[in-house]
Ligand binder design. Structure first.
Ligand SMILES: [Fe+2]
Ligand SMILES: [Fe+2]
Length: 262
């Protein structure tokens, strides 16, 4: 086997840097969102009819959307704060695209609440919010305030994002047409956000000997909240216990890929 020369290593690093600059750019973001953001007012086709839902179904959807708004607000607050703390310029640029995504998600969910007759979404979110999600947001903001960048990226871009795209994806398969279209666009964004988290932390873990232990401790602290958020989301969407999809699978697989299974 030929040992790598300094030249090979530099070339490898350069390619790595070019790849990261490309996938964390606004240009990449523009190309990614073109198919489902442009010309789609509030996240759905302009000509799709807004369905009239049965009162009980509409009420459950309101609770679900209120909790989606809570999750999106946590991600918006988290991503906007993390722009400042990000250790590289391409990570700052990526997080700036994420801020735009999360604000858009919040906007489309709030708009849908308006269509369902909710005149004061702030009060409704306060009233119907899952306490576990409120606590999760508090944990995330505490990590950011403490300057713990890896823990905050893990909580936000791995745990919260995996949780969101998993719930949104299953909900989309069981939703009315307007909600379904809206969620499919959001899911595509959330996958991009979790991809950043896994990629970034995978690199960090490869160079930080105590990193795995640190993130395992964060994971163990967040696990009960994740379980309560999953369970609350399934109740709101209306999955009977026997029909519940294995929502935890994506989360467990993401944790496994990072080598954080206890
Ligand atoms: Fe989001
Ligand atoms: Fe997200």
């Amino acid at each position: 086997m030929t040992p790598a020369s300094a030249g090979d290593i530099e070339l490898h690093d350069l390619r790595d840097q070019q790849f990261l600059d490309e996938v964390h750019s606004f240009q990449f973001w523009f190309d990614s969102v073109e198919g489902y953001l442009t010309d789609r007012p509030y996240g759905r086709d302009a000509d799709v009819a807004v369905p009239v839902l049965e009162p009980e179904l509409a009420d459950r959807l309101v609770t679900t959307l209120c909790n989606y708004c809570l999750g999106e607000t946590a991600a918006l607050d988290g991503a906007s704060s993390l722009v400042h703390d990000a250790p590289t310029r391409n990570a700052k640029i990526f997080l700036a695209t994420q801020v735009a995504d999360e604000a858009r998600h919040l906007e489309v969910f709030r708009y849908r609440l308006g269509e369902l007759g909710i005149a004061d979404p702030e009060a409704e979110i306060e009233r119907r919010g899952n306490q576990a999600l409120v606590e999760f947001r508090g944990e995330l903001l505490d990590m950011i305030a403490a300057g713990d960048w890896p823990a905050a990226v893990f909580a936000q871009n791995v745990v919260l994002e995996t949780l969101e795209y998993t719930v949104f994806r299953f909900h989309a398969d069981n939703a009315d047409e307007v909600t379904r279209q809206m969620l499919r666009g959001v899911v595509a964004d959330e996958r991009r956000h979790s991809g950043f988290g896994e990629n970034h932390l995978g690199r960090w873990l490869a160079t930080e000997p105590s990193g795995r232990q640190r993130l395992q401790a964060v994971r163990q602290r967040l696990d009960p909240l994740v379980a309560a958020i999953f369970s609350g989301a399934l109740d709101d969407i209306g999955f009977a216990p026997a029909d519940r999809p294995p929502l935890a699978r994506d989360y467990v697989e993401a944790i496994d890929r990072l080598g954080l299974t206890a």
